[in-house]
Ligand binder design. Structure first.
Ligand code: GDP
Length: 296
Protein backbone atom coordinates (compact mmCIF):
# COMPACT_ATOMS: atom_id res chain seq x y z
CA UNK A 1 0.00 0.00 0.00
CA UNK A 2 1.22 3.50 -0.89
CA UNK A 3 4.51 1.98 -2.01
CA UNK A 4 5.13 4.24 -4.94
CA UNK A 5 4.13 7.52 -3.33
CA UNK A 6 6.07 6.58 -0.22
CA UNK A 7 9.22 5.84 -2.21
CA UNK A 8 8.96 9.14 -4.01
CA UNK A 9 8.39 11.14 -0.85
CA UNK A 10 11.37 9.42 0.73
CA UNK A 11 13.53 10.46 -2.22
CA UNK A 12 12.52 14.06 -1.60
CA UNK A 13 13.32 13.71 2.10
CA UNK A 14 16.73 12.30 1.31
CA UNK A 15 17.51 15.26 -0.91
CA UNK A 16 16.60 17.91 1.65
CA UNK A 17 17.21 16.30 5.02
CA UNK A 18 20.96 16.72 5.25
CA UNK A 19 21.11 20.26 3.93
CA UNK A 20 22.73 22.82 6.22
CA UNK A 21 21.13 25.62 4.24
CA UNK A 22 18.16 25.55 1.98
CA UNK A 23 17.28 28.01 -0.76
CA UNK A 24 13.98 28.93 -2.36
CA UNK A 25 15.19 27.00 -5.40
CA UNK A 26 15.76 23.86 -3.29
CA UNK A 27 12.23 24.21 -1.94
CA UNK A 28 10.74 24.66 -5.39
CA UNK A 29 12.55 21.59 -6.69
CA UNK A 30 11.47 19.46 -3.74
CA UNK A 31 7.87 20.62 -4.06
CA UNK A 32 7.92 19.84 -7.79
CA UNK A 33 8.91 16.27 -6.94
CA UNK A 34 6.11 16.11 -4.37
CA UNK A 35 3.66 17.38 -6.98
CA UNK A 36 4.64 14.65 -9.42
CA UNK A 37 4.40 12.01 -6.69
CA UNK A 38 0.88 13.16 -5.77
CA UNK A 39 -0.26 13.23 -9.40
CA UNK A 40 1.17 9.80 -9.96
CA UNK A 41 -0.72 8.57 -6.88
CA UNK A 42 -3.94 9.73 -8.59
CA UNK A 43 -4.62 12.58 -6.21
CA UNK A 44 -7.19 15.04 -7.55
CA UNK A 45 -5.55 17.93 -9.42
CA UNK A 46 -7.27 20.62 -7.36
CA UNK A 47 -6.05 18.93 -4.19
CA UNK A 48 -2.52 18.66 -5.58
CA UNK A 49 -2.48 22.37 -6.40
CA UNK A 50 -3.62 23.30 -2.93
CA UNK A 51 -1.11 20.98 -1.32
CA UNK A 52 1.71 22.39 -3.40
CA UNK A 53 0.77 26.05 -2.91
CA UNK A 54 0.36 25.71 0.84
CA UNK A 55 3.62 23.82 1.18
CA UNK A 56 5.58 26.39 -0.83
CA UNK A 57 4.04 29.27 1.06
CA UNK A 58 4.89 27.83 4.45
CA UNK A 59 8.30 26.53 3.47
CA UNK A 60 9.43 29.82 2.02
CA UNK A 61 8.59 31.63 5.21
CA UNK A 62 11.17 32.47 7.83
CA UNK A 63 10.60 29.20 9.66
CA UNK A 64 12.53 27.03 7.25
CA UNK A 65 15.16 29.42 5.98
CA UNK A 66 16.26 30.56 9.43
CA UNK A 67 15.84 27.25 11.18
CA UNK A 68 18.85 25.39 12.59
CA UNK A 69 17.97 22.30 10.56
CA UNK A 70 16.05 23.60 7.53
CA UNK A 71 15.74 20.16 5.92
CA UNK A 72 13.99 18.76 8.99
CA UNK A 73 11.80 21.82 9.21
CA UNK A 74 10.74 21.35 5.60
CA UNK A 75 9.95 17.69 6.21
CA UNK A 76 7.83 18.65 9.21
CA UNK A 77 5.83 21.04 7.03
CA UNK A 78 5.22 18.28 4.47
CA UNK A 79 4.26 15.83 7.21
CA UNK A 80 1.78 18.30 8.74
CA UNK A 81 0.37 19.02 5.30
CA UNK A 82 -0.18 15.31 4.63
CA UNK A 83 -1.96 14.96 7.98
CA UNK A 84 -4.11 17.96 7.16
CA UNK A 85 -5.16 16.66 3.74
CA UNK A 86 -5.87 13.23 5.23
CA UNK A 87 -8.28 14.91 7.66
CA UNK A 88 -6.30 16.25 10.66
CA UNK A 89 -7.61 14.47 13.77
CA UNK A 90 -9.12 11.00 13.98
CA UNK A 91 -12.90 11.43 13.74
CA UNK A 92 -15.15 9.25 15.88
CA UNK A 93 -18.67 8.17 15.06
CA UNK A 94 -21.22 10.55 16.53
CA UNK A 95 -23.77 8.27 18.11
CA UNK A 96 -26.39 8.89 20.76
CA UNK A 97 -25.99 7.40 24.22
CA UNK A 98 -26.59 3.67 24.69
CA UNK A 99 -30.22 4.13 25.83
CA UNK A 100 -31.39 5.62 22.54
CA UNK A 101 -31.32 4.06 19.09
CA UNK A 102 -28.70 5.58 16.80
CA UNK A 103 -28.90 5.01 13.07
CA UNK A 104 -25.96 4.56 10.70
CA UNK A 105 -26.68 4.51 6.99
CA UNK A 106 -24.15 3.10 4.55
CA UNK A 107 -24.15 4.34 0.97
CA UNK A 108 -21.94 3.80 -2.05
CA UNK A 109 -21.49 2.09 -5.37
CA UNK A 110 -21.95 -1.63 -5.86
CA UNK A 111 -18.80 -3.56 -5.11
CA UNK A 112 -17.35 -0.79 -2.94
CA UNK A 113 -17.58 -3.03 0.12
CA UNK A 114 -20.80 -1.75 1.69
CA UNK A 115 -22.21 -5.05 2.87
CA UNK A 116 -18.87 -6.23 4.22
CA UNK A 117 -18.34 -2.88 5.96
CA UNK A 118 -21.80 -2.99 7.55
CA UNK A 119 -20.86 -6.26 9.24
CA UNK A 120 -17.39 -5.00 10.14
CA UNK A 121 -18.84 -1.91 11.78
CA UNK A 122 -21.43 -3.99 13.66
CA UNK A 123 -18.65 -6.25 14.89
CA UNK A 124 -16.58 -3.30 16.09
CA UNK A 125 -19.52 -1.67 17.88
CA UNK A 126 -20.45 -4.96 19.52
CA UNK A 127 -16.91 -5.26 20.84
CA UNK A 128 -17.25 -1.74 22.23
CA UNK A 129 -20.27 -2.88 24.25
CA UNK A 130 -22.98 -1.61 21.92
CA UNK A 131 -26.04 -3.63 20.87
CA UNK A 132 -26.12 -3.31 17.09
CA UNK A 133 -28.67 -4.60 14.63
CA UNK A 134 -28.15 -4.82 10.88
CA UNK A 135 -30.93 -3.87 8.49
CA UNK A 136 -30.69 -5.43 5.04
CA UNK A 137 -32.02 -2.75 2.69
CA UNK A 138 -29.95 -3.60 -0.37
CA UNK A 139 -32.80 -5.10 -2.34
CA UNK A 140 -31.10 -4.69 -5.72
CA UNK A 141 -28.12 -7.02 -5.58
CA UNK A 142 -29.69 -10.50 -5.34
CA UNK A 143 -27.13 -11.99 -2.96
CA UNK A 144 -26.80 -9.00 -0.64
CA UNK A 145 -29.36 -10.15 1.93
CA UNK A 146 -27.87 -13.66 2.10
CA UNK A 147 -24.36 -12.22 2.38
CA UNK A 148 -25.33 -9.91 5.25
CA UNK A 149 -27.22 -12.72 6.98
CA UNK A 150 -24.18 -15.01 6.82
CA UNK A 151 -21.92 -12.27 8.15
CA UNK A 152 -24.36 -11.36 10.93
CA UNK A 153 -24.52 -14.99 12.06
CA UNK A 154 -20.73 -15.26 12.03
CA UNK A 155 -20.29 -12.24 14.31
CA UNK A 156 -23.35 -12.94 16.45
CA UNK A 157 -25.22 -9.75 15.59
CA UNK A 158 -28.97 -9.41 15.04
CA UNK A 159 -30.31 -8.71 11.57
CA UNK A 160 -33.61 -7.53 10.13
CA UNK A 161 -34.58 -8.78 6.68
CA UNK A 162 -37.81 -8.89 4.69
CA UNK A 163 -37.44 -10.86 1.49
CA UNK A 164 -41.07 -10.31 0.50
CA UNK A 165 -40.71 -6.57 0.35
CA UNK A 166 -39.07 -4.79 -2.56
CA UNK A 167 -39.46 -1.29 -1.16
CA UNK A 168 -36.33 -0.28 0.78
CA UNK A 169 -38.08 2.61 2.55
CA UNK A 170 -40.67 0.24 3.99
CA UNK A 171 -38.01 -2.29 4.95
CA UNK A 172 -36.05 0.41 6.77
CA UNK A 173 -39.16 1.68 8.56
CA UNK A 174 -40.05 -1.82 9.75
CA UNK A 175 -36.43 -2.59 10.61
CA UNK A 176 -36.10 0.50 12.77
CA UNK A 177 -39.36 -0.33 14.55
CA UNK A 178 -37.98 -3.79 15.27
CA UNK A 179 -34.70 -2.27 16.45
CA UNK A 180 -36.49 -0.04 18.96
CA UNK A 181 -38.63 -2.91 20.21
CA UNK A 182 -35.60 -5.13 20.68
CA UNK A 183 -33.74 -2.44 22.63
CA UNK A 184 -30.88 -2.31 20.19
CA UNK A 185 -28.83 0.85 20.38
CA UNK A 186 -27.34 1.12 16.87
CA UNK A 187 -29.07 0.20 13.62
CA UNK A 188 -26.73 -0.19 10.67
CA UNK A 189 -28.49 0.01 7.32
CA UNK A 190 -26.98 -1.59 4.21
CA UNK A 191 -28.40 0.08 1.10
CA UNK A 192 -28.37 -0.72 -2.60
CA UNK A 193 -25.49 0.34 -4.79
CA UNK A 194 -25.25 0.66 -8.55
CA UNK A 195 -22.30 0.42 -10.86
CA UNK A 196 -22.29 4.16 -11.29
CA UNK A 197 -24.07 7.17 -9.92
CA UNK A 198 -27.56 7.28 -11.41
CA UNK A 199 -30.79 9.02 -10.65
CA UNK A 200 -32.63 5.92 -9.49
CA UNK A 201 -29.90 5.14 -6.96
CA UNK A 202 -29.85 8.72 -5.72
CA UNK A 203 -33.62 8.91 -5.44
CA UNK A 204 -33.68 5.68 -3.48
CA UNK A 205 -30.93 6.59 -1.03
CA UNK A 206 -32.51 10.01 -0.51
CA UNK A 207 -35.87 8.42 0.33
CA UNK A 208 -34.24 5.89 2.66
CA UNK A 209 -32.31 8.67 4.43
CA UNK A 210 -35.49 10.69 4.85
CA UNK A 211 -37.16 7.73 6.52
CA UNK A 212 -34.19 6.66 8.63
CA UNK A 213 -33.07 10.12 9.88
CA UNK A 214 -29.57 8.77 10.37
CA UNK A 215 -27.09 10.05 12.94
CA UNK A 216 -24.29 9.06 10.57
CA UNK A 217 -24.27 8.59 6.81
CA UNK A 218 -21.10 6.79 5.88
CA UNK A 219 -20.07 6.77 2.25
CA UNK A 220 -18.28 3.54 1.43
CA UNK A 221 -15.53 3.99 -1.15
CA UNK A 222 -13.09 1.58 -2.71
CA UNK A 223 -9.58 2.99 -2.22
CA UNK A 224 -8.47 1.23 -5.39
CA UNK A 225 -10.59 3.59 -7.48
CA UNK A 226 -8.35 6.54 -6.61
CA UNK A 227 -9.62 10.07 -7.04
CA UNK A 228 -12.81 8.92 -8.73
CA UNK A 229 -13.86 7.69 -5.25
CA UNK A 230 -13.80 11.35 -4.21
CA UNK A 231 -15.86 12.41 -7.25
CA UNK A 232 -18.51 9.78 -6.53
CA UNK A 233 -18.59 10.78 -2.86
CA UNK A 234 -19.13 14.38 -3.93
CA UNK A 235 -22.04 13.37 -6.18
CA UNK A 236 -23.64 11.55 -3.23
CA UNK A 237 -23.01 14.50 -0.95
CA UNK A 238 -25.03 16.72 -3.24
CA UNK A 239 -28.07 14.55 -2.48
CA UNK A 240 -27.55 13.24 1.05
CA UNK A 241 -25.66 14.61 3.99
CA UNK A 242 -22.59 12.39 4.20
CA UNK A 243 -21.02 12.59 7.65
CA UNK A 244 -18.05 10.33 7.05
CA UNK A 245 -16.30 7.90 4.76
CA UNK A 246 -15.27 4.27 5.04
CA UNK A 247 -12.36 3.64 2.71
CA UNK A 248 -12.18 -0.05 1.85
CA UNK A 249 -9.49 -2.26 0.32
CA UNK A 250 -6.76 -0.29 2.03
CA UNK A 251 -4.83 -3.56 2.17
CA UNK A 252 -4.67 -3.68 -1.62
CA UNK A 253 -2.15 -1.94 -3.78
CA UNK A 254 -3.79 1.45 -3.42
CA UNK A 255 -1.85 4.47 -4.62
CA UNK A 256 -3.23 7.00 -2.17
CA UNK A 257 -5.39 9.16 -4.45
CA UNK A 258 -8.64 8.43 -2.67
CA UNK A 259 -7.30 8.89 0.85
CA UNK A 260 -5.63 12.19 -0.02
CA UNK A 261 -8.48 13.63 -2.11
CA UNK A 262 -11.70 12.73 -0.31
CA UNK A 263 -11.62 15.13 2.65
CA UNK A 264 -10.87 18.19 0.54
CA UNK A 265 -13.37 17.31 -2.18
CA UNK A 266 -16.26 16.31 0.09
CA UNK A 267 -15.46 17.94 3.47
CA UNK A 268 -16.43 14.56 4.95
CA UNK A 269 -13.71 12.89 7.01
CA UNK A 270 -12.54 9.31 6.54
CA UNK A 271 -13.66 7.57 9.73
CA UNK A 272 -12.72 3.95 9.07
CA UNK A 273 -10.61 1.86 6.73
CA UNK A 274 -11.19 -1.69 5.56
CA UNK A 275 -7.93 -3.58 5.60
CA UNK A 276 -8.94 -7.05 4.42
CA UNK A 277 -11.86 -9.31 3.65
CA UNK A 278 -12.39 -10.62 7.18
CA UNK A 279 -14.81 -8.99 9.62
CA UNK A 280 -11.98 -8.00 11.96
CA UNK A 281 -10.12 -6.21 9.16
CA UNK A 282 -11.49 -2.80 10.04
CA UNK A 283 -9.82 0.12 11.78
CA UNK A 284 -10.44 3.72 12.74
CA UNK A 285 -8.61 6.08 10.40
CA UNK A 286 -5.68 7.93 11.93
CA UNK A 287 -4.41 10.65 9.54
CA UNK A 288 -1.08 10.98 11.38
CA UNK A 289 -0.32 7.27 11.09
CA UNK A 290 -1.04 7.25 7.38
CA UNK A 291 1.14 10.33 6.90
CA UNK A 292 3.95 8.49 8.71
CA UNK A 293 3.51 5.52 6.40
CA UNK A 294 3.80 7.77 3.38
CA UNK A 295 6.86 9.59 4.67
CA UNK A 296 8.46 6.37 5.93
P1 GDP B 1 -21.07 -4.10 -1.87
O1 GDP B 1 -21.54 -4.46 -3.25
O2 GDP B 1 -20.72 -2.65 -1.77
O3 GDP B 1 -21.97 -4.52 -0.78
O4 GDP B 1 -19.65 -4.84 -1.69
P2 GDP B 1 -19.24 -6.14 -0.84
O5 GDP B 1 -19.32 -5.85 0.61
O6 GDP B 1 -19.95 -7.32 -1.34
O7 GDP B 1 -17.68 -6.21 -1.22
C1 GDP B 1 -17.23 -6.43 -2.54
C2 GDP B 1 -15.94 -7.25 -2.49
O8 GDP B 1 -14.91 -6.49 -1.88
C3 GDP B 1 -16.06 -8.53 -1.68
O9 GDP B 1 -15.35 -9.55 -2.33
C4 GDP B 1 -15.39 -8.18 -0.35
O10 GDP B 1 -14.83 -9.30 0.27
C5 GDP B 1 -14.32 -7.22 -0.82
N1 GDP B 1 -13.91 -6.29 0.23
C6 GDP B 1 -14.69 -5.44 0.97
N2 GDP B 1 -13.94 -4.70 1.81
C7 GDP B 1 -12.65 -5.09 1.62
C8 GDP B 1 -11.38 -4.69 2.18
O11 GDP B 1 -11.28 -3.80 3.05
N3 GDP B 1 -10.27 -5.32 1.71
C9 GDP B 1 -10.34 -6.29 0.74
N4 GDP B 1 -9.20 -6.85 0.34
N5 GDP B 1 -11.48 -6.67 0.19
C10 GDP B 1 -12.63 -6.09 0.62
Amino acid sequence: MFENISRRFQDVIKTVSGKATISDKNIEEAVEQIKLALLDADVNLRVVRRFVNQTIEEAKGEKVLRSVSPGQQFIKIVNDKLIHFLGDEKQDLQLKGPDTLSVVLLAGLQGSGKTTSAAKLANLLKKQGRKPILIAADLVRPAAIDQLETLAAAIGVAIYTDRENNNPVKVVKAGLKEAKKGLYDVAIIDTAGRHQVDDALMGEIEAVAKEAKPDEVLFVADAMTGQSAADVAKAFKERIDITGVILTKFDSDTRGGAALSIKTITKAPIKFIGVGEKTEDFEPFYPDRIASRILG
